[in-house]
Design a protein around this ligand. Structure first.
Ligand code: 5GP
Length: 201
């Protein structure tokens, strides 16, 4: 069984990455979404073990000490990290694993897995991102301003990624993401032994 590929996805808040990934996961059943651990509070609508594994800071620090995390970071005052075992088990089982993580964690994963595929999701424009953040109606002006500033900073790291997906129209962005996965599966480096196998017939 060929091993799965590792796909790292980053995007500033408000770019629609959750929705893109939800739809992509529904359309490609070989994709496995890595549920991160976090010490942030659960938001309305979130479920433990689905959105995140919700932990106290102490529990999270125990996971760090126990070597249970592939990578972790502190973002906006909360810990976020990728549980190692699920990712390595799924890759071994041939699943294509998706990590939805911020830029620092992404850079750390790239060092550990140089062959991973890095995808950055972009808003069509800052004006549109501003509009989407206001439309949510959940945050104050000050929070929105900070999110836009952070988005600008994060966007500067997009040039270190392999692929850019612009979320102007949701369906196109989902198709683009799935096309990237499909193309990456055909990359020669991701098909070890295929040529030799054929030649040995
Ligand atoms: P939120 O609190 O809005 O769900 O996530 C905040 C940021 O943390 C997002 O950019 C998200 O992608 C990132 N994030 C979520 N899980 C992880 C993780 O396991 N590791 C890292 N490094 N970042 C994460």
């Amino acid at each position: 069984m060929p091993k799965g590929i590792l796909i790292v996805v980053s995007a500033p808040a408000g770019c629609g990455k959750d929705t893109i990934l939800e739809q992509a996961l529904r359309k490609n059943d070989n994709l496995y979404y890595s549920v991160s651990a976090t010490s942030r509070a659960m938001r309305p609508g979130e479920t433990d073990g689905v959105s995140y594994w919700f932990k106290t800071r102490e529990q999270f620090e125990d996971m760090i000490k126990g070597g249970e995390l592939l990578e972790y970071t502190e973002y906006c005052g909360n810990y976020y990290g990728t549980p190692k075992k699920a990712v390595t088990d799924m890759l071994e089982a041939g699943k294509d694993v998706v990590l939805k993580i911020e830029i620092e964690g992404a850079a750390n994963v790239k060092k550990m897995f140089p062959g991973c595929t890095m995808v950055f999701i972009l808003p069509p424009s800052f004006a549109e991102l501003d509009r989407r953040l206001h439309k949510r109606g959940t945050e104050t002006e000050d929070v929105i301003r900070k999110r836009l500033e952070t988005a600008r900073k994060e966007l500067k790291f997009a040039e270190h990624y392999d692929y850019l997906v612009t979320n102007a129209a949701l369906e196109d962005a989902v198709d683009d993401f799935l096309a990237i996965v499909r193309a990456e599966k055909c990359r020669k480096d991701n098909c070890p032994g295929v040529i030799e196998g054929l030649l040995s017939e």
